[in-house]
Ligand binder design. Structure first.
Ligand SMILES: [Zn+2]
Length: 172
């Protein structure tokens, strides 16, 4: 079969275009695969930091409240509203919009590492990780929610031995 010269030239041009497009597609796929996960990690970290910032402000408000109320933290987080927390948005995790769980019954002079507030279940995705606020106002990220459960059980026993009771307030 005789192929006309002009047609063969056009075919070569089309093939070149196909190769260029394929090359671009491969380049985009490789770039996405390399940069994508880092970008996603960055976004996830930024969200955790935002939540930690809210909890830190809440911790500062709790500290002020306790100083004014003979070392006792409030019965409910909402009791901070008005005088100690002007922005009600502080009571919810800025990532999920879900209210923080509050551990009522603690005092300012309880062990500084005791957890006083933490993220509601699933607030930071299904992985189960969460931010926790301690009595001393510091905030920490925990990868396992189960850790909080175990710690709270331990505190509960210690506090009960002192004739007090811990109550978890909020959605679990
Ligand atoms: Zn959160």
């Amino acid at each position: 079969m005789v192929v006309p010269v002009q047609s063969a030239g056009r075919k070569r041009g089309e093939w070149r275009l196909v190769f260029i497009i394929l090359g671009l597609v491969v380049a985009v796929v490789i770039t996405t695969a390399c940069v994508g996960p880092r970008l996603i990690r960055g976004v996830i970290q930024a969200r955790r930091d935002r939540c930690a910032g809210s909890l830190r402000q809440l911790g500062a408000a709790l500290g002020e409240y306790a100083k004014a109320k003979n070392h006792a933290f409030p019965e409910r987080l909402a009791d901070l509203g008005g005088e100690y927390v002007r922005d009600p948005g502080l009571f919810v995790c800025p990532v999920s919009g879900r209210r923080y769980v509050y551990v009522a019954g603690l005092r300012e002079n309880d062990p500084p590492h005791y957890i006083i507030a933490f993220d509601a279940a699933g607030a930071h995705g299904q992985s189960g990780g969460l931010n926790v606020l301690h009595v001393d106002g510091s905030v920490k990220w925990l990868d396992r929610r189960q850790e909080v459960r175990e710690l709270l059980e331990r505190y509960r026993a210690v506090i009960a031995a002192q004739g007090r009771e811990l109550k978890e307030l909020g959605e679990e």
